[in-house]
Design a protein around this ligand. Structure first.
Ligand code: FAD
Ligand code: DLZ
Ligand code: SF4
Length: 514
């Protein structure tokens, strides 16, 4: 026969490199649902359902094109449950001349694939994943010799490389690289937010939902209502609805949070991008086209494009530059176990209960909830990085280690000592109060700084600065908070410590199911 081409669950792109040169007559495309991938962490039920349904639809599309697809379902007899086992069985079945792969998104899987070269007895070709705007080599060249690897400078390179929002003289559109100062508005009372499309599951997806209910019923999260798109066609519809209805306000309300509005003006396309149903370039170009037609303002389009060719490409670059050691650091020596309420949502802190509730219901929370609510709390409460990282990898439909780990380990926890972010994103309750309507219905009082009714974010914030003073006091971006801390009298400091210790030792912080 020809060659065997393995397409992984997050490589559902017709132009993915392992399918380049596909010979419809002789080659076989292999796709495998394996228990090991679904349970090496106990992914949210919707994440597994989304991926299996998208894989099955993609396989159908390839078959419709005339490709020979060998698709192994989770419950097929003989399924060994692992990538290695299934590739070995497929090699025995098809006796291919070679196995062609696209490099995976996770270090763990790449290590596995490298071993296949010796184990399988057929040539194994691992091709580059060229679906990113910046290749791993280009990122390494950009990083070489730099003292600090800041996203903002990387982003400018990406703007120049793509020509997105650049004028003919090579200057940024609007005379600025970044319009973030316009993007911090609070959501006005009564604002109507158009929700993302909510498609009905078709027969293929329905079958997967039944499988996930039967096999992964114990995993975190609600399985239904399941409203994710599972095909490229559907993902394009979701992108189109975002660009028409929400992109114009994406910038203004990018940092806002509101009860009962889990999606606000965000795109809700990250699972599609990360699984391959949409490409980074096409989503940027859809936003640029809206800007060109005067249908979305510059602050919105620049902000959106920055998330994709800036943050998304940057965190991937950091991941591959620093793995496998990246996850091992713990710069702030944080070690408190993850409280059980991260799984149950049962906490009296309304902001956390809401962010975790949205996560449970939708396998989604928007960036500010991830960063300033669950993330900020994990940082100032000193939670163990490994446990927080596992939580973020489990609970979101878009989570893969290449993107989850730098955001968690670097951006929220500062566990990399400042490689990714120039300062920890620690904030008191005042930030959450300013950007949301969460505090009004909370049992705690965001205006109180001390005592049992005070918002825990208020004293945990100062406690975090006190606990990490030796490690952080020379960080120039923390000069102001540390000046304020220096002015704090000893009695107030003792009160902060007493409040923090009482709260951190309370039943609410227990890592055990109550
Ligand atoms: P929008 O807010 O509409 O942004 C548009 C797109 O920009 C996103 O779809 C995403 O592809 C990209 N993007 C935005 N911010 C980031 C970022 N910081 N890093 C990478 N891409 C970004 N994103 C993931 O895709 N997978 C993850 O596992 C993940 N884990 C995160 C963990 C933490 C602690 C934090 C703070 C952020 C994490 N993010 C992750 C980034 C971001 O929160 C999500 O990409 C975003 O919320 C997805 O929703 P959206 O499509 O509505 O995004
Ligand atoms: C996340 C995931 C899950 C749950 N299941 C599968 C699967 O059964 N088969 C598959 O090919 N891929 C799956 N994935 C995605 C992989 O975990 C992902 O391809 C690797 O982690 C590399 O990014
Ligand atoms: Fe969260 Fe504090 Fe506001 Fe309650 S008062 S919602 S704990 S920030």
């Amino acid at each position: 026969m020809g060659v065997l081409r393995l397409v992984l669950g997050d490589q559902l792109t017709r132009s993915v490199s392992c399918l380049n040169g596909l010979d419809l007559e002789h080659d076989v495309v292999l796709m495998v649902e394996v228990a090991e991938e679904a349970s090496y962490v106990r992914h949210h039920k919707q994440k597994i359902a989304f991926l299996f349904a998208a894989m099955r639809h993609f396989a159908e599309e390839l078959r419709a094109e005339g490709a020979r697809v060998d698709y192994v379902r989770l419950d097929d007899p003989g399924n060994t449950g692992s990538f290695g086992g299934e590739v070995e069985r497929a090699v025995a079945r098809h006796r291919p001349d070679a196995l062609i792969l696209t490099e995976p998104g996770e270090w763990r899987v790449l290590e596995m694939m490298r071993n296949w070269r010796e184990e399988l007895g057929v040539p194994v070709h691992i091709r580059e994943d060229d679906r990113f705007v910046c290749s791993r080599d280009a990122f390494a060249r950009w990083a070489e010799g730099r003292k600090a690897l800041r996203m903002e400078f990387f982003y400018r390179e990406m703007r120049r490389a793509t020509g997105y929002l650049m004028d003919e003289a090579g200057n940024p559109e609007g005379g600025q690289w970044n319009f973030d100062q316009e993007n911090r508005k609070r959501l006005p009372e009564g604002t109507r937010v158009p929700p993302p499309p909510q498609p009905e599951p078709d027969a293929i997806t329905r079958e997967v939902l039944d499988l996930v209910a039967a096999r992964f019923g114990e995993h975190f999260g609600a399985l239904e209502p399941f409203v994710w798109e599972t095909t490229r066609e559907g993902a394009l519809k979701a992108l189109d609805a975002f660009v028409r209805e929400r992109l114009p306000f994406f910038g203004d309300y990018q940092d806002a949070m509101k009860q009962g509005e889990p999606f606000l003006f965000h795109a809700v396309i990250s699972p599609y991008l990360n699984a391959g149903l949409l490409t980074a370039r096409e989503v940027c170009e859809a936003a640029l086209a809206a800007y060109g037609k005067g249908r979305a303002p510059l602050n919105a389009v620049e902000g959106f494009v920055r998330q994709i060719i800036g943050w998304r490409e940057y965190v991937r670059g950091i991941y591959w530059l620093k793995m496998p050691d990246y996850a091992a650091s713990n710069a702030l020596a944080a070690k408190r176990p993850l409280p059980w309420f991260y799984w149950s949502g049962e906490t009296e802190m309304n902001c956390l209960a809401l962010a975790i509730g949205d996560t449970h219901a939708h396998a989604y929370a928007h960036h500010i909830q991830r960063l300033m609510v669950t993330g900020n709390f994990a940082l100032i409460a000193g939670l163990d990085p490994a446990q927080v990282e596992e939580w973020y990898l489990v609970v979101y439909a878009d989570a893969y280690e290449w993107v989850e780990l730098p955001n968690t380990h670097g951006m929220i926890l500062f566990a990399d000592g400042g490689l990714l972010g120039s300062k920890p994103y620690a904030a008191s309750g005042a930030y959450i109060d300013r950007m949301s309507d969460y505090c009004g219905s909370c049992r705690y009082d965001v205006k109180q700084k001390t005592g049992p009714d005070a918002c825990p974010f208020n004293y945990l914030y100062w406690h975090f600065l006190i606990e990490n003073e030796e490690r952080l006091k020379d960080n120039v971006r923390l000069a102001m908070p540390y000046r304020n801390l220096a002015r704090m009298d000893a009695r107030r400091k003792a009160q902060v410590r007493a409040d923090a210790e009482r709260f951190l030792g309370s039943a609410q912080m227990s890592p055990l199911r109550s």
